[in-house]
Design a protein around this ligand. Structure first.
Ligand code: FEO
Length: 170
């Protein structure tokens, strides 16, 4: 059972995770408009991951006897000036999500709610990975610059990305 304060944070985070999926769908749309199908695939897979994150919050709230509440969110950014701009926006967003998860962890620790601490630990690790992925791609894009051949190669590489839920969580 969660305190009202934590329950509100968890329901807010459920919304933020779905909002993240929308952010990444918008980024996939931008990449498709540039005929960069591999980059678009990267963001489509990212959107799937975010829906998976959202459903983890949905299921955890339910399992701990909380009331699930779905609320709306604003329009995502649809226009970008370059691929580097897209990934910079993605990293900024992931950093925001990391700060949210950290704040929730602080509350869970303060309230000695160890079930929430254990649940949030998975997200702490996940955020390290997500930020590293975005940072890695920004660095690659900086190195590549305007080299169309290298962008084509990276597009091919990102076309291979698939979504695989962790074992036992499909
Ligand atoms: Fe659900 Fe990308 O954080």
């Amino acid at each position: 059972m969660m305190s009202e304060k934590l329950l509100k944070e968890f329901n807010d985070q459920l919304r933020y995770e779905f909002e993240s999926a929308n952010y990444y769908l918008a980024m996939a749309g931008y990449c498709k408009d540039q005929d960069l199908e591999g980059f678009a695939n990267f963001f489509l897979v990212q959107a799937e991951e975010e829906r998976f994150h959202a459903m983890k919050f949905f299921n955890f709230i339910d399992e701990t006897g909380g009331r699930i509440e779905i609320s709306g969110f604003g329009d995502p950014q649809n226009d970008f000036s370059s691929l580097e701009d897209v990934f910079t926006a993605a990293l900024k967003h992931e950093r925001f999500v990391t700060s949210r998860i950290n704040e929730m962890m602080d509350i869970a620790v303060q309230e000695k709610n160890y079930a929430c601490v254990s649940f949030l630990n998975w997200f702490i690790d996940e955020q390290v990975e997500e930020e590293a992925t975005m940072t890695g791609l920004i660095n690659k894009l900086k190195r590549i610059g305007e080299n169309n051949h290298a962008i084509y190669m990276l597009d091919n590489e990102l076309a291979q990305r698939t979504f695989t839920p962790p074992a036992g969580e499909a």
